[in-house]
Each structure stands twice: as C-alpha cells, then as structure tokens.
Design a binder for this molecule. Structure first.
Ligand SMILES: [Zn+2]
Length: 365
C-alpha cells in the first residue's frame, strides 16, 4: 500500500473573504448553485443580489439532513438549473451534501463554512445519515473541494458552542492519526499516512492546547484575534488534512456508536467525538498523564467529560452496549486501534471515561 495524502485545492481564510466568491464563480464556471443552510444564507452580501452576478447563481435552502433523499433532491436542482459550479455554505451537513452531489455529477465544489464546528470542509469524504439522523455511511469523493473559503467575519460572529465543538472534533485528530500509524491502518485517503499527515495532525493538537481557551473567550466577544484565527485554521484545515491523511480510529467510531441513542442527537459531532476520544484513550490504556491532559483541556473549554454531558443521564449496560456494538461493527475504524477490540472492551472504556470525567469535575467544583 502507498503513502497517500489529500488536500483541498486552495484554502483561503481572512476577514471579508466572502467577497472572493464572485471571482471564484467566474474562475470555475458560468452558473453556481449555492446550497445554504437557512442561517448561512444571510451571509451572502446584498450586493450579490443587485449586480450582474445575480444572473450567475441560484440559492437552494438546505433541509437539515445529509441523507440520500436530500442528495437526490439537490442533484435534481443542479440539473434543472444547469449549474456548473456547486457551492456548499453552512455547517457540516450542508457541506457534505454539496460535496457528494457535486462529485456524483462531476462538478467543482467550493466550500464556505460559516461555523468552525467540524473538519468536514477540507476533506474529500462526507457522511450520510438516515432521515432519522443516525449515522449511515462514509462516502469518498474523487477529489477534495476545489476551494475552501473561510470568512473570519462570519466565524467570529457564530455562537461559541460551534467553535468548541470544532475543537472537540480536532482534538481527536492527532490521537487517531497516531493509532493508525502505530497499527499500520489505512488513512481516509486509502493509503498509509505521510509525514505531512502525521505532522499536521500533531500541530493541530499543539495549537488547540495553546490557543483553545483564548479563542473561546475571543469568540464570545466576536473578536477576530490571532488565537481565534489559529483555532479556526486548526479546526478546519489542520484537522481536515490531519484526519483524512492521518486516519481515524476509536474516537470517531465511538461517536458513531453514540448516534444510535436518540438522547445524544441534540449534541454536536465534535462534542460526541471529544467524549469518544476520552473513551478511546481508556480503551488503549493511554497514560494517566495523557488522559488527564485531554480531560483537563476539555473541561477548560467546556467540552463533554461525562456521559451526562452528551445527554445520557440514565446510564444502563443495555444502552451502552448498543453504542459499543455499533462502534465495533465490521469495518469500523475502531479496529485501527488493534485486532483485539471487542464491544465488551468498548463498554468498559466508556464507563471508565465517565467515571474519570465525573471525578475530575467533582474535584473542580
Ligand atoms: Zn469528525
């Protein structure tokens, strides 16, 4: 197997970058279809609608779930509008819908994340869910997005919970990449990790520890600071390249398990991944020092450290075994942690993480 890394064609981050969209539409085609979540739509500058550019795009509102049904509806719209550029604007699920639809039709896709809540924007993979919101399948596109356009004016105004969730998603990147390298497991590009993948994943973790708390404070004040810019880059670019080119393992597998419990659906991907990481560290018997560093960091930025923090107030063995079994299904990335991972071991790891988190929280009260 080869060493493979995947990157977006271009990454642009700064204040007011949304204005680059006009130029980019003209660079990539003649007519764009913009898939925007209802909250993202308002970030399109009014000038776009009152200029010749208005003839070159249509806006389609995203329905809320990246499902096969939503994909076929959106693909029909792309064909009816005869669009030759697809733009996905919003959060993870809007972005994933734009990516999969563009790839299936064979069009370039420009991603405009309006929140820094996941590492989906830069990657060439996307996830579909059932119409009920349970994890369904990972889809691998032929190429990563042509452009990822991040406007800090938009990110700085977004609710802070999104940034924190993105930190949770990015926090797992280094640990999962490390497991993949240690166990000679495939990354998300279908090869072994490169030095680039491993090192960007490690840089991602270092940036989070150094600037995470400050970025949260700055985001609360809607301030575009160096810390907020670094964390935005860590959440979107470093984690994006890091997870795809480094590989994923237990944190995401346990996240996928949690999606089987309806009470966790109100919690964001990155929030569940952060707790999945803590369970994953217990699963591989990580050092006390490492577990403590991760749990203390999660606590400092307000990421979940207990099952109750992701909606599981009533803990039962039956319920957590549903999570553990889903996490350990055949083909799950949890097997990137080694050959001997069983549902029983995952159950124990989740319980240990919950106990550790509860004790940690109690010691801080
Ligand atoms: Zn993720």
């Amino acid at each position: 197997m080869n060493n493979i890394a995947c990157f977006p064609g271009k990454y642009i981050q700064g204040s007011g970058t949304i204005l680059n969209l006009e130029h980019l539409i003209n660079r990539f085609g003649h007519k764009a279809i913009i898939l925007a979540s209802p909250s993202a739509r308002k970030f399109l500058p009014e000038s776009f609608f009152h200029s010749p550019l208005s003839q070159q795009f249509v806006v389609e509102t995203f329905g809320g779930e990246c499902s096969e049904l939503a994909l076929s509806d959106f693909m029909n719209r792309i064909r009816i509008e005869k669009a030759d550029v697809v733009i996905g604007m919003g959060g993870g699920k809007t972005i994933d819908t734009a990516k999969i639809a563009a790839d299936r039709i064979g069009l370039p896709v420009i991603i405009v994340p309006t929140i820094a809540s996941t590492d989906a924007p830069c990657s060439g993979c996307a996830v579909t869910y059932t119409t009920e919101g349970a994890f369904e399948k990972v889809h691998y596109q032929r190429l990563n997005p042509s452009v990822v356009l991040v406007d800090m004016d938009i990110i700085a105004k977004a609710p802070v919970r999104f940034l924190v969730a993105g930190i949770g998603d990015a926090l797992a990147t280094w640990f999962e990449a490390r497991s993949c390298t240690a166990n000679a497991a495939q990354n998300e590009c279908g090869g072994f990790s490169t030095l680039a993948g491993q090192n960007l994943a490690q840089l991602c973790y270092d940036v989070l520890l150094k600037y995470g708390v400050q970025a949260k404070v700055d985001n609360e004040a809607n301030l575009i600071s160096p810390a907020l810019s670094y964390i935005t880059e860590a959440n979107i670019l470093l984690s994006g390249i890091g997870f795809e080119s480094g590989g994923i393992a237990s944190a995401h597998a346990i996240h996928n398990g949690f999606t089987a419990l309806p009470e966790t659906h109100a919690y964001y991907h990155g929030e569940k991944v952060a707790f999945g990481l803590q369970a994953g560290l217990q699963l591989i018997n990580a050092s006390e020092e490492e577990i403590r560093e991760v749990v203390a960091f999660c606590h400092s930025v307000g990421l979940p450290i207990r099952l109750a923090d992701i909606g599981i107030d009533e803990v039962s063995r039956g319920k957590l075994m549903i999570v553990a079994r889903k996490s350990t299904e055949e083909g799950s990335t949890i097997h990137h942690e080694g050959n001997d991972i069983t549902a029983e071991k995952v159950y124990d790891a989740i319980m240990k993480a919950d106990v550790y988190g509860r004790q940690f929280a109690a010691s801080k009260d």
